[in-house]
Design a protein. Structure first.
Length: 308
């Protein structure tokens, strides 16, 4: 693993902070490390995850159970999707994902406490299929370097924080990453059309809010959200970038857990099977180092606001 890309956490475990008296200071420090474009990782999950639940997930015949790209759970609505089968199996899977999400959120509320009162819950997912060689459309491939952006869930400058755990009993999950966002943006944002999006007329916050409440897809997108959707696709389409841009190869061993801002670090899952994930949106007002947020970096390059 690259020392430049990763920061190992040793002062927080399943039992909590090694030095509780320094918890607030350490929480802010780890928030800033994440926001700067590094990945935090633990050798083992810093939250409870029952071995019986892991074994149940590994034992399923996912080629028969799966309906979608991944199995997903939305904690805000307690909605489980992505697997079919007998009602007992689906109910057990739903319960596992619900408990997993609760445990991760409890951990994050203590470990990254500056975010806890303002974060927005997003999906949990379980990724049971081998990433290497998956037959997916280009824009949906996980093995190509990309930054995350959600077509149906604009962040309006908020950051996409993800927590992953490799549940595979014997095989590492292999990633490639490119490091902090600013170098990537300064080299490729203009070519990806940043100026065009920056020059577009922004939708007022009132209209954005109403569109989001009514469920109108895309109504809440700011110029930043529109550009990030394009940037996601542009990077996957760009063969020269995929081949030549400097990258780190990371191997996450079985049971390793890692935290990353997937909107700010271009990443690809080169190989691996059985990863579980919880995602949250961290609003700009909750960030410890807002000047490092992708929207602020892109605004500096474009010379104008992209989110208001």
């Amino acid at each position: 693993m690259s020392d430049l890309a990763l920061t190992q956490v040793t002062d927080y475990t399943l039992n909590g902070w090694a030095h509780p008296e320094a918890a607030e200071e350490q929480s802010r420090r780890y928030c800033k490390i994440l926001e700067s474009g590094k990945i935090l990782f633990f050798n083992e999950p810093p939250f409870a995850f029952a071995e019986t639940d892991r074994q149940f997930l590994l034992a399923q015949k996912w080629a028969e159970l799966r309906l979608h790209k991944n199995v997903s759970y939305r904690p805000s609505d307690d909605v489980f999707r992505g697997a079919s089968g007998d009602s007992e199996t689906v109910a057990r899977l739903h319960g596992i994902m619900r408990n997993y999400s609760r445990q991760v959120l409890d951990f994050l509320a203590r470990f990254l406490s500056p975010y806890a009162k303002q974060w927005i819950l997003d999906f949990s997912s379980f990724r049971p299929l081998e990433e290497q060689g998956r037959d997916l459309p280009l824009h949906k491939r996980n093995d190509l370097l990309h930054v995350d952006a959600f077509p149906s869930r604009p962040t309006r400058g908020g950051r996409i924080l993800s927590v992953f755990t490799n549940l595979n009993p014997s095989k590492s999950r292999v990633w490639e990453t490119t490091g902090p966002f600013e170098k990537l943006a300064r080299e490729y944002a203009e070519d990806a059309g940043l100026r065009q999006f920056a020059d577009s007329r922004p939708v007022s916050k009132t209209v954005q809010n109403w569109g989001q409440r009514l469920g109108i897809r895309g109504m809440g997108r700011t110029p930043y959200d529109k550009f990030m959707l394009r940037f996601h696709d542009y990077l996957k389409e760009n063969t020269a970038f995929q081949t030549n841009f400097p990258k780190d190869r990371l191997e996450f061993a079985p049971l390793a857990t890692w935290l990353i801002y997937t909107d700010g670090v271009a990443h690809a899952a080169a190989s691996g099977q059985y990863a579980i994930e919880q995602t949250l949106i961290i609003p700009p007002a909750a960030l410890v180092a807002p000047e490092l947020a992708p929207y602020r970096i892109l605004e500096k390059i474009a010379g104008r606001s992209l989110v208001s």
